[in-house]
Design a protein around this ligand. Sequence first.
Ligand SMILES: [Zn+2]
Ligand SMILES: [Zn+2]
Length: 346
Amino acid sequence: MRAIVAHQPHDLRIEERPAAARPGPGEVRVQITRGGICGSDLHYYHHAGFGTVRLKEPMILGHEVAGRIVETGSGITCVAAGDQVAVNPSMPCGHCHFCLRDQRNQCLDMRFFGSAMRFPHMQGLFRDEVTLPVEQVFKVPAALDPGLAACAEPFAVCLHAVAGAGSLLGKSVLVSGCGPIGNLVIAAARHAGAAEITATDLAGAPLAIAASLGASRTLNLAEAPEALAPFAERKGLFDVVFECSGSARALATALEVVRPGGTLIAVGLGGDIPLPLNLVVAKEVILKGSFRFDAEFAWAVQLISSGAVDLSPLISATLPAGEADAAFRLASDRSQSMKVQLAFNN
Ligand SMILES: [Zn+2]
Ligand SMILES: [Zn+2]
C-alpha cells in the first residue's frame, strides 16, 4: 500500500509499505478514502516538527481521515464490511491517572496517529489502509461525503473548546483567527446557541468562509486595524472569546474586548508569547486552554452525519493522494486554501 511519509523539511515521499495486517479480535481493517491536512501536518512538512516535538525518524502524516471497513476481526458486531466510518486518531491508554479521572485528552501515555510526540513516532493515517481497534471507528451514513466525515477530528477539537466555555446561549462571542480551527469554532458556537458571533482575521478569504459557517459579523483587521476598538468600550463587550490564532497581538486584543468576568478560551498554540496579566487580574477574566478532545469526537460525528452542521464551506480543495506534495503546498497558501484534503483509493 501507499503511504505519505515526511522525512525532512519539504521532503515528503509517497512510499510503498506492507499491506495492513489482517484484523485480530476486536479490530477492523479500514480502507482510507479521504484525509484532511492539518496545521500540525504542515508543521512536520515545513519544519519537521514544532516546539520540542521533532521528527526523529520518517513518519506517515495524517490524523483527520475517513474510510470504509473492508474486514472485521472476530467478535465485532457494531460495524461490518462496507460501512463508511470516521476514524478517531486519539488512543488514550485508558488506565493512567487522567484516563481514570475522565480527562482522557490529558492521557500520560497517549498514542495519537501521525504524532511525533512519542518515540518511536505514532505513524499517521495518510495511507491506503490501516488496521486498528474497533473503538477508533465511528459509523457514518453511506451517502455522507467522505470529506465531511474526515472533518470529524478537527470539529471535535472545536466542540471541546466550545464546551469548555459553558453555555453560549444568548452570548456575544468573538472568534479571533479564522483558520480551519477558528472557522470550526464558529460552526460549533453557532450550533451551541451563541446570539452573536464576531470573527476576525487578517485576510478576506477566511472571513468569507467564517460568514458561511455562521459568523454574524466579520472584521478584517489588516484592512481596519481598529475595527475591534468599539468592542473595548465599558471594559469590554464580549462574553466569550475564542483565541484561535496563537498570536501575541491577538491575545492582547482579546483581553481588551472580553467583558469583566468573561471567558477567554485559548485554542491556538503560540509558543512563549506575553500575557497581559494585569487585564486578566483586574477584569477577573476566566482564562482557559483547550487541547484535543474526548467524548466530543462522537458528538462531531453525530452533528456531521445528521446534517445539523454543514461544514462543506471549510473544504477548499481535494487532491489525489498521489499529488500529496502539491496538496501540502496548496494547503500552506492561506490566500487560497482553508482545508485541503487528499483522496485515497478512488
Ligand atoms: Zn487536526
Ligand atoms: Zn491514559
